[in-house]
Write a protein that binds this ligand. Structure first.
Ligand SMILES: Cc1cc2nc3c(=O)[nH]c(=O)nc-3n(C[C@H](O)[C@H](O)[C@H](O)COP(=O)(O)OP(=O)(O)OC[C@H]3O[C@@H](n4cnc5c(N)ncnc54)[C@H](O)[C@@H]3O)c2cc1C
Length: 485
């Protein structure tokens, strides 16, 4: 009898067909990338006479702007970023919960831009902009421009709570995700040998502040990491010992979704064992303690902050008017008021549409990046740019294995259909076929085998102790007898 094995065997025929279809879609979506690369091999380089466009930031907005200006006559582009990779931040929580390796959600910028013969990349940190002199001030020197697109994104916002900032784990970059993963895993290592029941409980309590997509997805993924994997790794601990608390100031998690989707989200999170605390915000934090606005206190060694972002510090350095969250207030065409040659796009820009500020999400950034580039080409053609108008492509969030919610093009999806839509969208947003295939394979393995392979603690404190010891509120580190696991 032939031996049939491997995870694919466990899938039904229609599931295999769906997987195959997904592969084909991903490959086809990359068709343009291959063609552009091939056609531009050996093409001529930039001409000094061309108008010089500097783009600050190679995130979603900056890359879309570069793409729209790529290979266009009359412009040469310098794309500046302080890191040499483009990052899909929406998947950081999967790195933090041991589902994906960090390399799979980032892509180096140089291979992306080399398909555009008039675009070059410059690795540098921008410190400010001399608007009058039309120069970008970087750590390495000055860069003159004819047109400028500022797209430096956002940083985590703590609403001025310094104590929270000091205690919380944030999730904005690859280092943050790896640091958080090390904290979660080392909290289990410490708890496995901890004799004091109170400290053990605090080590196994994880507070997630913020019930937006990041908070919901992180809490769900953490619950699955604990329930499917860590309880097997630590036979002395059970899922009942672990507490995951999701704190959201609004009345529901994912508050901007329609009521049935909000209800579904809350119910699924609670089914997964997550305590959902709504209508209350985190107000303060100290080592081993998280304080809520209603006066309650939670003994927890791990506070994860997913409750807000604010514009990158470069916004303040530019010195023009700032709106909510420190974002630069822009004119309807995304130009900086009084500076028609400067455009701001993405998380850094503050623009209201129908009286409501545009959200800081990837689709807004991508559309604004494209618009800013097209506005420059329109100006060069001697015409005035159109105002920017955001076409809302909908929202979605993954709650857990086979569970998601999505509100797209008037459709309300929940459960497996929303989860599948989320998977396809995020595979599409990753750059590079290899990343897409590796992530797809990782997800397939995690799904079929209930596993999370990347359970590596790689960050230590200065003293060499495990990260969870650093937050030791009892000051017990290294003292006393070690309990057997
Ligand atoms: C954890 C997390 C999860 C998210 N999940 C989702 C989601 O599910 N769906 C969604 O639509 N959106 C999500 N977002 C939001 C989305 O990632 C942002 O809206 C989007 O990345 C904004 O694009 P941007 O180009 O404005 O900024 P970014 O993509 O952040 O890019 C900014 C770039 O500027 C560079 N930069 C910053 N300062 C400087 C400087 N001084 N000098 C040089 N370079 C600089 C940075 O290195 C970076 O490459 C999430 C964000 C986070 C943090």
């Amino acid at each position: 009898m032939p031996v049939r094995g491997g995870p694919l065997f466990l899938l039904e025929t229609h599931q295999k067909a769906a997987a195959l279809l997904t592969f084909i879609i991903i490959i086809l979506y990359n068709k343009d990338e291959y063609c552009e690369t091939f056609l531009n091999m050996g093409g001529e380089r930039m001409v000094e006479m061309d108008q010089h466009v500097v783009i600050i930031g190679a995130g979603f907005a900056g890359l879309q702007a570069a793409r729209a200006l790529g290979n266009r006559p009359g412009v040469r582009v310098t794309l500046v970023d302080r890191q040499n990779y483009h990052l899909l931040q929406a998947l950081l929580y999967q790195v933090a919960t041991a589902a994906l390796e960090q390399e799979t959600i980032a892509h180096p910028i140089r291979p992306i831009v080399r398909r555009w013969r008039n675009v070059r990349f410059h690795l540098d940190e921008v410190l400010g902009v001399d608007l009058a002199g039309r120069e970008v001030i970087t750590r390495q020197g000055r860069l003159g421009y004819d047109y400028l697109i500022v797209a430096a994104g956002a940083v985590t916002g703590f609403f001025g709570m310094k104590d929270v900032q000091q205690q919380a784990y944030e999730l904005k970059d690859l280092d943050d995700a790896v640091r958080l993963r090390s904290q979660i895993l080392s909290a289990f290592e410490c708890a496995a040998t901890e004799r004091d029941p109170l400290r053990r409980a605090a080590l196994l309590t994880f507070v997630v502040a913020g019930g937006g997509p990041t908070g919901v997805e992180l809490a769900g993924a953490l619950a699955e990491l604990v329930g499917h994997v860590l309880v097997k790794d630590y036979p002395g601990l059970s899922a009942q010992d672990v507490r995951i608390v999701l704190v959201e100031a609004a009345d529901d998690p994912l508050p901007y979704l329609e009521e049935p989707l909000r209800r579904y989200t809350r119910e699924r999170l609670e089914q997964m064992g997550i305590e959902v605390r709504t209508g209350v915000a985190v107000r303060a934090a100290a080592p081993g303690r998280v304080m809520l606005a209603d006066g309650q206190e939670i003994a927890a060694e791990t506070l994860i902050w997913a409750a807000g972002v604010q514009a990158a510090p470069l916004a303040a350095a530019i010195g023009t008017a700032q709106g909510r969250g420190g974002r630069l207030i822009v004119a309807p065409d995304l130009s900086l008021p009084g500076h028609p040659e400067v455009f701001v796009a993405g998380d850094m820009a503050y623009l209201e549409q129908d009286g409501v500020p545009l959200p800081q999400v990837a689709p807004v950034a991508m559309q604004q990046g494209r618009h800013a580039a097209e506005a420059i080409l329109t100006r060069l053609a001697g015409r005035s740019p159109e105002p920017f108008r955001y076409r809302d492509s909908g929202t979605m969030a993954m709650i857990g294995r086979g569970k998601g919610v999505a509100s797209v093009a008037g459709l309300r999806l929940k459960g497996f259909a929303a989860w599948a839509a989320w998977v396809i969208l995020h595979l599409y947003r990753l750059i590079g076929v290899k990343n897409r295939l590796v992530v797809l394979l990782n997800w397939a393995f995690n799904y079929v085998l209930f596993d999370r392979k990347v359970r590596l603690i790689v960050q230590e404190t200065d003293s060499g102790a495990l990260p969870a010891i650093r937050g030791n509120s009892t000051g017990r580190a290294g003292a006393g007898e070690i309990a057997a696991d």
